[in-house]
Design a protein around this ligand. Structure first.
Ligand code: NIG
Ligand code: FE
Length: 382
């Protein structure tokens, strides 16, 4: 069964030539894109969908999210807006609530947030553990995450639980906890930061995780210009995430590596912090992705469009650069070639915008612009 999607006023492909096509059409077959071109050359298909000259962009790839948790921290947010700083200490509040929650409650929270994301055009999402911090609670977080996405990340080294010795906890996270979690995870991540895990501790967990067959990602340089980014590059991590406080050496290291700099402006919004300098990274030649960091503490948004708008307004990105970072950039951060681009052979993941141009994603911030979402060839909302 083939589907011809016609009447695409503007198509942003995020493919290698970064092309925007006008008056385009797409043919979908078996969940994949089988043909892309000008509508005058469109082939016949079994089914037909006319988009009435709307703009189409690739499904968003949200390559950084923490969705397995219970509770919220609106009180902490409110306190920050009255001047309290963010230091990651609130992670333990969510750990307490998550440990107490049943599997069903955690599953329902993931279902709610992934559905919210899909409605807004996110067709690929990465989900981390990190609010369990015991062998059992981390493993169950990943088992639940894997019900929703293949992009699961072991983040046992998110913070040191209260009353536990940091080096002993690091040994647990690099040993028995990793052994229990690795079968359910594709990636491993560490919060490398003052007050969480230092460079040596992060290295211990990351190298053990690589030995266990996991790909690497790092929460790096969020609050301070620490060793996280250079460690990520040295270990060949797919992504260094946050990248808010960077030295020139960090920027050089990213620019000369295959490690993607994943920027999470929802976190700076929600912690009232200075935004990362995307312009500096792009001008140096680094690969940049945008993601939500959706979590109940530092960034409780599921909206990639909101992140695009922030990146354009606050981080020196053009609308095209920001959209590319939210689609193909996110795919690169997950080392995926089958998503994040509109190209023949790619999974048919599309966002149909109630707008004539992708520029409206940043030009009309806060406005729901999703007319329909195509996920694996199926229209999931219109
Ligand atoms: O990416 N910084 C570390 N982890 C999350 C925040 C987690 C939390 O505050 O609950 C982040 O911002
Ligand atoms: Fe995060």
């Amino acid at each position: 069964m083939s589907l011809l999607i016609d009447g695409i006023g503007e198509l942003f492909t995020a493919d290698d030539d970064g092309t925007v096509h006008y008056d385009a059409a797409i043919v979908v077959e078996a969940g994949r894109i089988a043909w892309v071109g000008h509508r005058l050359n469109r082939p016949a298909a079994d089914e037909y969908l006319d988009l009435g000259d709307r703009a189409v962009v690739p499904g968003f790839v949200d390559s950084h999210a923490h969705l397995v948790f219970a509770g919220d921290r609106s009180g902490e947010f409110d306190a920050r807006m009255r001047g309290e700083p963010y230091d990651g200490g609130g992670i333990r509040t969510t750990v307490g609530a998550t440990r107490k929650a049943s599997d069903e409650r955690l599953r329902a929270n993931c279902a709610r947030l992934t559905a919210e994301m899909l409605r807004q055009g996110t067709t690929t999402v990465e989900v981390k553990s990190g609010y369990g911090l015991t062998v059992e609670d981390e493993a169950r977080s990943l088992r639940i995450a894997r019900e929703f996405t293949p992009e699961t990340t072991y983040l046992g080294a998110h913070t040191v639980p209260a009353g536990v010795d940091a080096d002993e906890y690091t040994a647990l996270a690099a040993g028995p906890m990793l052994d229990a979690c690795a079968p359910h995870a594709k990636w491993a991540d560490v919060f490398c930061e003052r007050g969480a895990f230092d460079g040596d501790q992060a290295r211990a967990v990351l190298t053990a995780s690589a030995k266990a067959g996991l790909g690497l990602r790092v929460h790096a340089n969020q609050l301070t210009a620490g060793p996280g980014v250079r460690l990520a590059v040295e270990l060949g991590a797919a992504s260094a995430d946050h990248c808010t406080h960077l030295t020139d050496a960090d920027v050089d290291a990213l620019a000369n590596s295959a490690t993607v700099a994943t920027l999470l402006p929802g976190a700076e919004f929600s912690t009232r912090s200075p935004y990362p300098d995307a312009r500096r990274l792009l001008d140096a030649g680094a690969r940049v992705a945008l993601a939500t960091d959706c979590n109940p503490g530092s960034s409780y948004t599921s909206s990639m469009a909101f992140c695009i708008a922030l990146a354009v307004r606050e981080m020196g990105m053009t609308p095209a650069e920001a959209l590319e970072a939210a689609t193909a950039g996110g795919a690169d951060a997950l080392r995926r070639t089958d998503v994040g681009r509109v190209a023949v052979g790619a999974r048919a993941d599309l966002v149909v915008l109630d707008a004539p141009s992708f520029v409206h994603l940043a030009y009309r911030p806060g406005t729901p612009l999703t007319h329909a979402v195509v996920h694996g060839g199926s229209v999931v909302g219109s």
